[in-house]
Design a binder for this molecule. Structure first.
Ligand code: FE2
Ligand code: FE2
Length: 380
C-alpha cells in the first residue's frame, strides 16, 4: 500500500507548514509543458448509440452550444466595489465569513482593506477557474484520443469546444472587468500535471470530470447564487449548464468501466481520487491572496479555522465537495477495499455529502435551451 507521504508528499494531510512550502513553478514563463504519456486509440467500431446515455448527452451537447462573444452582456458596467459591499458589507464583518481575527493584522483593517481583500480573492478565484478551464481543455482533447468508445469520442469532442468557450469567457471577464490575473496555484497545478501525465484513459476522467469539474460545478453554483453582477451571473449559469454535462459524462463513462475492475485496480482509483481531493482542498486555502495583502499566509488561513482543535475545517469549503463525494459513491469508490476512500473522506471532513444527489443526470435540470435569453436563475 502506498504511504500517505508517497501519495501527497507529507505524512499528515493537514500539515499546514508543508502545504504552504510547495514549489511554485507555474508563475514563470509563458509555456508549461507536461508529458501526457498516452496512446492515441482508433476504433473501427463506428456504430453510434451503443452507449445510449452517452449518445443522448452528445445530442444534447450539439444543441446546447452558445457563443461567449454574443450571448453574454459584455456591455454591463461591472462595479466590483459595489458588488463586494452589497454582498459582504461596507466594513469588516469577519465573523460572518467565518474568520476569527483577534490578535492578527486583519483585526485593524478598515473599509479599504476589507474591499481590497475581497477584490483580490475575487481575482484569485476567477484566475484559478480560468487556469482550470485550460486544464479541462487539454484533458478533454486527450480523452478524444484515448477513450476507446466512439460515443465517448463524439461527446468528448463537444466538450473540447465547451472548454475553449469557458476559457475564452473567463479570460475576457478577467481582462475587461477585473484587474489582473494570478498565476496558477501550485496545488491545482500539481493536480492538473498529474491528471494529464497519467497514461490510463479513465484517470483523465476521474481527475478532471469527477474531481476538478465536480468541485467547479459546486463552486460556480455558490458564486452564481451570491453575485449581484448580471454579467457574471449569466456567464456562470451558461458555464454550469455545460459543466453539469461534463460531470455526467464522467459518471456515465466510469460507471460502466469500473464495474469490470478488480479491487486492486479500484484501489489505484481510490488513491488517485483522494490525492486529487487533497490537492483541491489545499488550493482552496488561497495562500497567494494573503501574501498579496501583506499577511503571513499561515496567519490568514488559521483565522478561518473553527473549533478548538488544529484541524483545517471550513464549512464553506467542505461544501465544495458536495458533488464529488456522491459521485465517488455512485462509482463504487467509497466502499471498495473495505471502505478505504470512505475513511479518507471522513478524515478530511467531507463524508457527510455521500447521499447528496449525484450528478449523473443533473444536467437535465441545469440545461439552457439554445437561444433562451432567460436561463433559470437559481438552479444549483
Ligand atoms: Fe469548463
Ligand atoms: Fe468542463
Amino acid at each position: 500500500m502506498t504511504t500517505l507521504s508517497e501519495l501527497i508528499g507529507r505524512d499528515d494531510a493537514n500539515d499546514l507548514d508543508a502545504i504552504l512550502s510547495v514549489d511554485r513553478p507555474y508563475a514563470e514563463g509563458v509555456i508549461h509543458s507536461v508529458t501526457d504519456n498516452c496512446e492515441a486509440i482508433f476504433t473501427w467500431d463506428y456504430a453510434k448509440g451503443q452507449r445510449p446515455a452517452l449518445n443522448k448527452l452528445y445530442e444534447k451537447a450539439k444543441d446546447a452550444q452558445w457563443n461567449g462573444e454574443t450571448d453574454l452582456p459584455w456591455d454591463t458596467d461591472v462595479d466590483i466595489e459595489r458588488s463586494i459591499t452589497s454582498v459582504f458589507g461596507e466594513e469588516p464583518l469577519w465573523e460572518e465569513i467565518g474568520l476569527r481575527v483577534e490578535g492578527t493584522p486583519m483585526a485593524s483593517w478598515g473599509r479599504q482593506e476589507w474591499i481590497r481583500y475581497h477584490s483580490e480573492m475575487n481575482n484569485w478565484t476567477m484566475s484559478q477557474f480560468m487556469h482550470g478551464e485550460q486544464g479541462a481543455l487539454l484533458c478533454t482533447a486527450k480523452i478524444v484520443e484515448t477513450v476507446p468508445w466512439i460515443d465517448a469520442k463524439y461527446y468528448a469532442a463537444t466538450q473540447v469546444m465547451d472548454e475553449a468557450r469557458h476559457l475564452e469567457v473567463f479570460v475576457k471577464y478577467l481582462d475587461e472587468k477585473l484587474d489582473g490575473h494570478y498565476p496558477l496555484n501550485p496545488h491545482l497545478g500539481m493536480l492538473l500535471d498529474e491528471i494529464i501525465g497519467d497514461a490510463r484513459w479513465d484517470m483523465t476522467y476521474l481527475g478532471m470530470q469527477i474531481m476538478v469539474e465536480g468541485l467547479a460545478l459546486a463552486a460556480f453554483g455558490t458564486m452564481h447564487a451570491i453575485t449581484p453582477d448580471p454579467l457574471l451571473k449569466k456567464l456562470l449559469r451558461y458555464v454550469m449548464a455545460d459543466e453539469a454535462r461534463h460531470v455526467a459524462f464522467g459518471v456515465l463513462s466510469l460507471r460502466e468501466y469500473y464495474e469490470h475492475l478488480s479491487e486492486a485496480e479500484l484501489f489505484e482509483r481510490q488513491e488517485f481520487a483522494f490525492e486529487a481531493a487533497i490537492h483541491m482542498r489545499d488550493r482552496l486555502m488561497a495562500q497567494e491572496v494573503w501574501e498579496r495583502m501583506g499577511v503571513d499566509a499561515k496567519t490568514g488561513i488559521l483565522a478561518g479555522k473553527r473549533g478548538e482543535n488544529e484541524r483545517l475545517e471550513d464549512p464553506f469549503q467542505q461544501l465544495l465537495f458536495s458533488k464529488i463525494v456522491p459521485n465517488c459513491k455512485k462509482l463504487g469508490l467509497l466502499e471498495a477495499n473495505d471502505g478505504w476512500l470512505r475513511k479518507r473522506f471522513t478524515d478530511i471532513g467531507v463524508i457527510q455529502f455521500e447521499d447528496w444527489a449525484d450528478t449523473g443526470d443533473e444536467y437535465e435540470s441545469l440545461s439552457i435551451d439554445a437561444g433562451d435569453p432567460e436561463p433559470q436563475r437559481d438552479a444549483g
